[in-house]
Design a protein around this ligand. Structure first.
Ligand SMILES: Cc1cc2nc3c(=O)[nH]c(=O)nc-3n(C[C@H](O)[C@H](O)[C@H](O)COP(=O)(O)OP(=O)(O)OC[C@H]3O[C@@H](n4cnc5c(N)ncnc54)[C@H](O)[C@@H]3O)c2cc1C
Length: 405
């Protein structure tokens, strides 16, 4: 099929590689003129790692990242709330602390090696069904037509808006300031560290490989710009009580950058404008299910989407061979395969968000009182670690990547 992939982030680059490998004629359209290695570290769970392994990217990624298989959450008063290691969940490989730029560089190289045409510096404004298929609309004119458009254009997806499938699209009141600092001694070692002050403040410390560590400072969205404007010395003063053993890292911060989060749900991740599947668009990654990064699973979910879409499309033959009805079936299968996995992470994230980042400060008291007990209760560490591993569909269910075994 002729497929346009809109957006060259983690989801778009992976989708482009998998679909090109399956023999589709893929074109990538990305708004950035020179997509580069920018962004904070990410915590990459095993589910995402498995997809990268299929592209032979896991080994090179491991070489530049750091196993991060402990989670330590404390309060600014020194109370330990959570202290869990992945070794408590037998058979679960460690998550990786990865610099977003390192992951992106590997994926971009993989896309280029496949010879996928890249249309860079082209912001997409929407998609539109036409007689010959799906047209991609841009400020500088239409592109296409395509048999399928895959919207991988992130939380503020223009592809999603023009498909008219959005059920919920809400910006959270809280976001974060982030920085990546040199940390040759890798002081946080294998631990994701978070120190909480009520529900309004926290400092997160994520080892990100190659002697770098990412810092996250939770802030109300409206306070992001004022905090930056107040300058680094003022911020360091506020952050120091939360830094625990990592206080020295605060001194190495050269700039704080803002990030905001959205909560996105769609009625359906795909839309057909012709029952015979002649005009179709489908969503992958944050465009379909952006969420707060509280659980550190957004990247793994986008990678699982990409894998599943490529798998379900593998059953679709090009239209000229007379099996055009396969595309609707493949897209329905994609939606079905992804539903339970995405629902679990969306709901868990929504439940956690007020407890970690909100103005509901009274919630901090039961959280601080109960978390140390709950995280030692039988079965709870497994449930928490299982959810963090990124492959759960319920407290008991696991998401299998179709065709991956
Ligand atoms: C502060 C922060 C920390 C995070 N930490 C983690 C973590 O630890 N672990 C984890 O798994 N996830 C984390 N996430 C979530 C993760 O970043 C996302 O889930 C993931 O990047 C989604 O990938 P994507 O490809 O769907 O979207 P994106 O990575 O957002 O990529 C979208 C791409 O589309 C392009 N684009 C956008 N609009 C257009 C347009 N109109 N036309 C053309 N191109 C367009 C963009 O330039 C971009 O290249 C974090 C997010 C934030 C904000």
């Amino acid at each position: 099929m002729r497929i346009a992939v809109v957006g060259l982030g983690t989801g778009g680059a992976t989708t482009a590689c998998l679909l090109a490998d399956a023999g589709h004629e893929v074109t990538v359209v990305e708004r950035a003129e020179d997509p580069g290695p920018v962004g904070a570290g990410i915590w990459l769970q095993e589910m995402g790692q498995r997809v990268l392994d299929r592209l032979d990217l896991l080994a090179p990624l491991r070489a530049v990242s750091r196993p991060v298989d402990r989670v330590q959450i404390v309060t600014a008063h020194g109370r330990s709330l959570v202290d869990l290691g992945y070794d408590e969940l037998p058979g679960s490989p460690p998550a990786l602390g990865v610099h977003r730029g390192d992951l992106f560089a590997l994926l971009l190289d993989a896309v280029r090696r496949r010879g996928v045409p890249l249309r860079l510096g082209v912001p997409v404004t929407g998609v539109r069904p036409t007689a010959g298929g799906m047209t991609v609309e841009t400020a500088s004119g239409d592109l296409g037509t395509f048999d399928l458009v895959v919207g991988c254009d992130g939380a503020r997806s223009r592809v999603r808006s023009s498909m008219g499938v959005t059920l919920r699209d809400r910006e959270y009141d809280y976001g974060a300031l982030w920085a990546v600092v040199d940390d040759p001694d890798e002081t946080a070692r294998d631990t994701l560290f978070q120190c909480l002050g009520g529900t309004r403040t926290y400092l997160g410390v994520l080892p990100s490989g190659r002697g770098r560590t990412s810092l996250f400072w939770s802030t109300r969205r409206r306070d992001l710009a004022p905090t930056v404007a107040a300058g680094l010395p003022a911020w360091r003063e506020r952050a120091r009580p939360y830094a625990g053993p990592h206080a020295a890292l605060l001194e190495r911060v050269e700039a704080l950058l803002p990030a905001t989060y959205r909560d996105v749900t769609v009625r359906s991740p795909y839309r057909l404008d012709d029952a015979r599947g002649r005009s179709a668009a489908v969503l992958v990654g944050d465009s379909a299910h952006a969420m707060s990064p509280q659980l550190g699973t957004g990247t793994s979910l986008a990678l699982a989407d990409a894998w599943t879409l490529a798998h379900t499309l593998a059953r679709t033959r090009v239209r000229s061979q007379g099996t055009e009805r396969d595309l609707p079936r493949a897209l329905a299968a994609y939606a079905r395969h992804r539903a339970a996995h995405l629902r679990w992470y969306q709901w868990t994230t929504r439940l956690m968000m007020p407890v970690f980042q909100s103005d509901l400060t009274p919630l901090a008291w039961p959280r601080d009182a109960l978390a140390p007990l709950l995280t030692r209760a039988p079965g709870v560490p497994r449930l928490l670690l299982g959810t963090l591993c990124g492959d759960r569909t319920s407290p008991w269910g696991r998401c299998e990547l179709p065709g991956a075994s």
